[in-house]
Design a protein around this ligand. Structure first.
Ligand SMILES: [Zn+2]
Length: 115
């Protein structure tokens, strides 16, 4: 007969409950911002994930040919935002020129990055 012990190996499922809350919260806000940015870049409106009050604004600066660049997104109310580098634009995303002469650069507020 093999020694079949009644196992106490179920503990890994229970461990998940003890995941640190802070990192989960950060992940949730991070994901919420990413979703918001993608929506806004495709022309939708999105409430700010941080203050739930303002509206998210987002601009994709990049190269028309490669459709690669970076994204600046911010809230018009609480002035928090996110900078996503090395992004690739979907087909329906409008790409702004990275040229310093582009007047849009000056219109972007000096927002406070949340990450
Ligand atoms: Zn906000």
């Amino acid at each position: 007969m093999s020694t079949q012990r009644s196992t106490t190996n179920n503990s890994c499922q229970q461990d998940a409950e003890f995941a640190p809350v802070t990192s989960t919260m950060t992940d949730q806000i991070h994901n919420a911002w990413l979703h918001a940015v993608l929506d806004v870049l495709e022309g939708l409106h999105h409430t700010c994930p941080s203050c739930k009050n303002g509206e998210v604004k987002a601009v994709f600066f990049g190269d028309q040919q490669s459709r690669r660049g970076y994204i600046l997104a911010w809230c018009d109310r609480c002035n928090t935002g996110i900078h996503i580098s090395r992004a690739k634009a979907n087909k329906n995303v409008h790409i702004e020129s990275r040229d310093p002469d582009n007047p849009l650069h000056k219109q972007i507020p000096n927002f406070r990055p949340i990450f």
